[in-house]
Design a protein around this ligand. Structure first.
Ligand SMILES: CC(C)(COP(=O)(O)OP(=O)(O)OC[C@H]1O[C@@H](n2cnc3c(N)ncnc32)[C@H](O)[C@@H]1OP(=O)(O)O)[C@@H](O)C(=O)NCCC(=O)NCCS
Length: 182
């Protein structure tokens, strides 16, 4: 494979060139959603940490996460909400996705005192997250939608989670993200 690199960057450390590379990666894939905005990517929650893959300088993959305390049942839980999981069409199937997810998990362990990684996805992508070690849970999820409106999602759609602290079990109960999803 051509020379490639993976990098973990705090949001505030992204350079103009990084932002430009990310904008290109996202806008190539999601033309119909308008322009990518690093502060509110397509209306979803922003990220504190970015994991970026490059081939010869070009950004070909990204995973982002943000720390937040959410409510599950009667508990408050610190999670890393994951979003912006994308590998450019011409670089898929080369394990960039799984490598980015593994760096993301390591960066959650290293820097954020979170119990779980958390995300939402389409049914078709579940096998990808399972192959990265994530487990699907089932719960009602409240959040803030992309237009700022309250959203209630009944149990059913995939919610993959990753235990960051060893042996932690996902608690029972309704989930309130206390903000936008990622
Ligand atoms: C999903 C995505 C990030 C995977 O990246 P990738 O670099 O192609 O994946 P990898 O090569 O690391 O594949 C790792 C494993 O996941 C599986 N996999 C990859 N893409 C998959 C997909 N779209 N659906 C189901 N399984 C998938 C692979 O078969 C592989 O399985 P294995 O471990 O059993 O061999 C990439 O296909 C993508 O960007 N898709 C479009 C955007 C998207 O759907 N993002 C997810 C939003 S929630």
């Amino acid at each position: 494979m051509k020379h490639h690199s993976i990098e973990v960057l705090a949001h505030q450390d992204l350079t103009e060139a990084d932002l430009c590379g990310l904008r290109q990666l996202f806008d190539n894939e999601y033309q119909e959603f308008g322009e990518w905005d690093p502060h509110l990517p397509y209306g979803y929650a922003p990220h504190d940490v970015h994991i970026m893959a490059r081939i010869e300088g070009r950004v070909v993959g990204h995973v982002g996460w943000g720390r937040r305390e959410i409510t599950v049942g009667t508990e408050t839980l610190a999670i890393a909400g994951v979003g912006g999981v994308l590998v450019s069409a011409d670089a898929r199937g080369m394990r960039f996705g799984s490598e980015l997810m593994s760096w993301a998990a390591q960066s959650m362990r290293d820097r954020s005192r979170v119990a779980f990684g958390y995300l939402g996805c389409r049914e078709q992508v579940v096998p990808f997250y399972e192959s990265c070690g994530w487990t699907r849970i089932r719960a009602c999820e409240r959040s803030v939608g992309c237009e700022g409106e309250p959203v209630v999602q009944e149990p059913g759609p995939p919610i993959p989670v990753l235990s960051v602290a060893p042996l932690e079990m996902w608690p029972d109960g309704d989930i309130d993200l206390r903000g936008r999803a990622w």
